[in-house]
Design a binder for this molecule. Structure first.
Ligand code: FE2
Ligand code: FE2
Length: 180
């Protein structure tokens, strides 16, 4: 594929891996501050982001190109509150949506229809990702300092279970473990 496209997709492996890493850091902080349910939710989120990274990697390989893994930055290790964590997560998802839209534009300019097709799944996925994070922010804002409310949210969000996302393109590769 065009080197410009390949560069963007490699960069996206890094972005999605960093997403996984920062959500793991958030899960760790939530765990340490007693929000076991929110920590579970974030662990599931981190695993999903790892799959997003794998999809970009698999896609590059499927096109017969060579993927390059870039350096992953150290994420913050603590936040002021669960609300701050989910605000950060929401802002991060908005950033990722911007990245996806940018890659779509590059693919369109290069008339790279295969990449455009693959990216459609991410366009839809980002709508859901932003909605999930923003809903959590809203709920945490509503309960504010009410401990009982926070425990209820913690319990409810802790019921989230990991599943390989439906109809994820280029995942898994034949013979590849799903991590499920
Ligand atoms: Fe992602
Ligand atoms: Fe995400």
């Amino acid at each position: 594929m065009d080197p410009k496209m390949l560069k963007e997709l490699n960069k996206q492996i890094q972005e999605e891996t960093y997403s996984s890493y920062i959500y793991l850091a958030m899960a760790t902080d939530l765990e340490a501050t007693g929000y076991k349910g929110l920590a579970t939710w974030m662990h599931v989120q981190a695993r999903e982001e790892k799959i997003h990274a794998d999809i970009f990697l698999n896609y590059i390989l499927e096109r017969g190109d060579r993927a390059e893994l870039l350096a992953i930055e150290k994420p913050p290790s603590s936040w002021l509150s669960p609300l701050e964590i989910f605000r950060t997560a929401y802002a991060h998802e908005q950033h990722i949506t911007g990245r996806i839209n940018h890659i779509v534009k590059v693919a369109r300019d290069l008339n790279d229809n295969a990449t455009l097709n693959m990216l459609q799944w991410f366009v839809e996925e980002q709508v859901e990702e932003e909605a999930n994070a923003s809903e959590a922010v809203q709920q945490l804002e509503i309960v504010g300092d009410d401990g009982r409310g926070k425990l209820m949210i913690d319990r409810e969000m802790g019921t989230r279970v990991f599943a390989v996302p439906a109809s994820a393109p280029y995942y898994p590769k034949p013979g590849q473990a799903t991590g499920a």
